[in-house]
Design a protein around this ligand. Structure first.
Ligand code: 7RM
Length: 650
C-alpha cells in the first residue's frame, strides 16, 4: 500500500488516510510529510468537504509572519461538522451531555438535532444583527447551548471569543474591548460543583466598560434572578421562539475563505495582558479533524470524553470541532471531578460507556489522592484509550492512570500542544507509538520540532535538551494575535529568527523521544491553566497597600504549580492574614479565582540587580524550598535582602 495513499488516475486527487495503523507506516508518512509537506496536507485535506478546493496549499514566512493554508478554498466548518454527516449519521449521537447534578437527566443530541439547533440559533444571531466578521463574546456554563452558540457563530461567519466561566468581570471587559465584540452570549448562571456562578451579573459588571456591545443573549440555566436591560438583554428561549414562529427557516452556512478568521481565544504570555490568538477556518478544521482521528484512533460509535472546559483550547478543538468534523460522539460534562464525590468521572464512564478518556494530570493527581477504594465498584471496562494534556505528567500519576484506570491495557497518549498550535503536536498515536511515562514521544506527521540553545543554535542528535521550537508551518498554527500582528511576531517569531518558539523547555532522549519539561518563560501552569506572572503581579499591585511584588511558581502536589507571591507592603498590618486574603481577593477581582496566590510572603524588598531587574531565579529557588544553593548573588544591589526572604519563606 506504500505510504497509505490510494493512488488513482491523473487529476484525481490523492486521498491520505487520516489514521495511521502501524509504526512502520508512521515513519513513512512522517518522512513524506517533511519531504513533501504540501502533497501530504493535500492528501489529508481531501478528507474534508469543500465548497471550492484551494489554489495553493501553502504560502508562508516566519518573518512577518505570514501563514496561509489552502489559499483560495471556500468552506464552512459547520458543514463539515454537521451537514455532511446528516445522510449517514443523522440519528447517531453527536453530543452526550452530563449535568453537574447526577440526579438531573442527561441529554443526547443527535447530529440531526444538533444541526437543527445550530441553524435555529444562527438565525437568532442574524435576527440580532450579527453578521459575518462580527466578534461575539461567549461566556457560558458547560451546557450543550455553549457548543450550539459556538457552532452558530461559525455558521454565519461571526468570530467567536469564548471566555472561560472562571474569569472575572474585568478580564471579560478586557477581552471584549480588545476585540470590539458587539454581542455577548451568556446564561443567568452556571452550576459547578456546589457553586452557582452568577454569569449574567458578572457580564453586567463587565459591560459597564464595553460600549461596543449592544446585545446580550441570556440562556436560562440556574434561573437565578438577573437584571434584564430593555433594548439590550434578551432571553435565548424567547429569541428561539421567534425563529420558530417565523417557520424555522433553514440557515444556509456562510461561505468562508480558507483564511477567514474562525475564532479568537485569549491566552497568557510572559508580558502584559493576555493575547487574542487567532485561528482561521480551513487550516484549523483540517488540523483538529486529522489529529483527533489519528491520535485517538477514533472508531465509529466510540464515546469520546474530553474533560476540559470549552473555555480553553482543548475544549474548542477536542469537544467541538475535532470530534464533530469526524462524526464522533463527544461527551460534555458540566461539573467538576470531585462533585458530588471524587468518584464522579468513573460514574460517568460507567453510565455512558466511555471508550476514550482525555483528561489533565492535575485531575488525575487530585483523584489519586482519594485512593482506589472509590474505584472498587465502578465498571471501567468500556475504556479503550486514555489521554493526557495541559502540563507535564509526572511518572507517579502516569502509572496510577495506567494501572487503575486503563488496567494496563489502554494506551496513554500524552499530548503536547498549545492554544497557539490549534491541535496536538507531539504525541503518541494510540496503539501505534510505544509509550513512555512522562514523554509526549514523537512529533505527529507535519510537525517539525527543533531544540535550540540560548543563542538559537539548533541542538542536533539525541540525548539533548533545549528550548522547543517548530521550524515549518502546520495548518492549525496561530495566524496572528488579534489587532496586533507585531505582538504575534515578537512573542513567537522574534526570539529565534526563522522559528516558531513555543516557550517550553524540552528534552530529547536517546530514542529521539520528546519530554516537555515546562515553561522557560514567565508563564505558570496552575492546574493546566496558563497564567502569566506579570499579569498576577499587576493584579497584586492594584491592592492599595502593595508597593511592589514578584510572582513565581513552586511545585504543588495537585496543581502541578502553585502561585507564590513575594509582596512589598510597607504599612504595619493590624492583621497580616486579613491583608493576605484582601490581596487574594484583589487578584480574583482583577483576573479570576484561578490566579489567586497560594502563598503570600511579605518582604521589605525584592532581590534586584543594579539595573533594577528582579532576580526571579533566586525567588524561584526560595519558593521551591531551596535555601543553600542560590547561585551567584554578587550582582545584587542589596544581597542582605536574600537572607531576610530566606528566613521568612513559607
Ligand atoms: C493544550 C494546552 C500550553 C502549555 C504548553 C506546555 C503545557 C500542554 C503538555 C504540556 C507537558 C504536555 N494549551 N503543556 N500539554 N506540557 N506535556 N502533554 O494546554 O495553551 O493552555 O497551554 O501547556 O507548557 O506550552 S495551553
Amino acid at each position: 500500500m506504500g505510504i497509505n495513499c490510494n493512488l488513482t488516475a491523473a487529476n484525481i486527487p490523492i486521498i491520505m488516510n487520516l489514521k495511521i495503523s502501524s509504526f512502520e507506516e508512521y515513519k513513512q508518512v512522517y518522512q513524506q510529510s517533511v519531504e513533501q509537506p504540501e502533497e501530504f496536507w493535500n492528501g489529508i485535506a481531501e478528507n474534508f468537504q469543500w465548497r471550492k478546493k484551494w489554489e495553493k496549499t501553502l504560502e508562508w514566512n516566519f518573518k512577518e509572519p505570514k501563514i496561509e493554508w489552502f489559499k483560495g478554498a471556500k468552506l464552512n466548518i459547520t458543514e463539515n461538522c454537521l451537514d455532511r454527516h446528516l445522510d449517514t449519521l443523522g440519528n447517531k449521537t453527536a453530543i452526550i451531555w452530563e449535568p453537574n447534578d447526577p440526579n438531573e437527566d442527561h441529554r443526547i443530541l443527535t447530529y440531526k438535532q444538533l444541526h437543527d439547533k445550530v441553524c435555529q440559533f444562527a438565525n437568532v444571531l442574524k435576527n440580532n444583527n450579527a453578521q459575518k466578521g462580527d466578534r461575539i463574546c461567549i461566556y457560558m456554563p458547560m451546557v450543550p447551548e455553549l457548543a450550539i452558540a459556538v457552532l452558530a457563530c461559525a455558521r454565519i461567519g461571526a468570530i467567536h471569543s469564548v471566555v472561560f466561566g472562571g474569569f472575572s468581570a474585568q478580564s471579560i471587559a478586557d477581552r471584549i474591548q480588545d476585540a470590539s465584540c458587539k454581542l455577548v452570549i451568556t446564561a443567568d448562571g452556571g452550576f459547578r460543583g456546589a457553586k452557582n456562578i452568577p454569569l449574567k451579573s458578572i457580564i453586567d459588571d463587565a459591560l459597564v466598560q464595553c460600549p461596543t456591545v449592544d446585545k446580550v443573549i441570556v440562556l436560562t440555566r440556574t434561573r437565578t434572578p438577573v437584571a434584564m436591560i430593555k433594548g439590550r438583554d434578551v432571553w435565548w428561549e424567547d429569541e428561539v421562539k421567534k425563529v420558530e414562529t417565523q417557520g424555522n427557516i433553514p440557515c444556509p452556512a456562510e461561505e468562508m475563505d480558507a483564511e477567514d478568521e474562525l475564532f479568537i481565544l485569549y491566552t497568557s504570555g510572559s508580558t502584559g495582558k493576555p493575547k487574542g490568538v487567532v485561528h482561521t477556518c480551513a487550516g484549523y478544521m483540517v488540523y483538529t479533524g486529522y489529529t483527533f482521528a489519528n491520535v485517538f484512533q477514533y472508531e465509529p460509535g466510540e464515546v469520546f470524553f474530553c474533560t476540559a472546559d470549552i473555555g480553553w483550547i482543548t475544549g474548542h478543538s477536542y469537544i467541538v470541532y475535532g470530534p464533530l468534523s469526524q462524526g464522533a460522539t463527544a461527551l460534555m460534562f458540566e461539573g467538576i471531578p470531585t462533585y458530588p464525590n471524587p468518584g464522579r468521572f468513573w460514574d460517568i464512564v460507567e453510565k455512558h460507556r466511555v471508550n476514550i478518556l482525555y483528561t489533565a494530570p492535575t485531575a488525575i493527581r487530585s483523584l489519586m489522592s482519594f485512593g482506589t477504594d472509590l474505584l472498587k465498584d465502578k465498571d471501567l471496562s468500556s475504556i479503550k484509550k486514555l489521554g493526557s494534556v495541559g502540563e507535564p505528567i509526572n511518572e507517579e500519576a502516569w502509572h496510577w492512570f495506567d494501572e487503575n484506570i486503563g488496567h494496563k491495557k489502554c494506551p496513554i497518549v500524552d499530548t503536547w500542544w498549545q492554544t497557539e498550535t490549534g491541535g496536538l503536536m507531539i504525541s503518541p498515536i494510540a496503539n501505534v507509538t510505544k509509550t513512555k511515562p512522562g514523554y509526549a514521544t514523537l512529533p505527529l506527521p507535519g510537525v517539525q520540532p527543533v531544540l535550540v540553545d540560548e543563542t538559537g543554535k539548533e541542538i542536533e542528535g539525541n540525548g539533548v535538551s533545549g528550548n522547543l521550537c517548530i521550524k515549518f508551518p502546520w495548518p492549525g498554527m496561530i495566524r496572528t494575535t488579534y489587532g496586533d500582528h507585531e505582538r504575534c511576531r515578537t512573542a513567537y517569531f522574534a526570539t529565534y529568527p526563522g522559528l516558531y518558539f513555543t516557550g517550553d523547555g524540552c528534552l530529547r532522549d536517546d530514542d529521539g523521544y520528546y519530554r516537555i519539561t515546562g515553561r522557560v518563560d514567565d508563564v505558570l501552569n496552575v492546574s493546566g491553566h496558563r497564567i502569566g506572572t506579570a499579569e498576577v503581579e499587576n493584579a497584586i499591585n492594584m491592592h492599595s497597600s502593595v508597593v511592589e511584588s514578584a510572582v513565581v511558581g513552586y511545585p504543588h502536589d495537585i496543581k502541578g504549580q502553585g502561585v507564590y507571591a513575594f509582596v512589598v507592603c510597607p504599612e504595619k498590618h493590624i492583621n497580616e492574614e486579613l491583608t493576605r486574603s484582601d490581596i487574594a481577593m484583589t487578584v480574583a477581582r482583577i483576573i479570576g479565582a484561578i490566579a489567586k496566590p497560594d502563598k503570600i510572603q511579605f518582604v521589605t524588598g525584592l532581590p534586584k540587580t543594579r539595573s533594577g531587574k528582579i532576580m526571579r531565579r533566586i525567588l524561584r529557588k526560595i519558593a521551591e524550598g531551596e535555601t543553600s544553593n542560590l547561585g551567584d548573588t554578587s550582582t545584587l544591589l542589596d544581597p542582605a535582602i536574600v537572607d531576610e526572604i530566606k528566613a521568612g519563606a513559607l
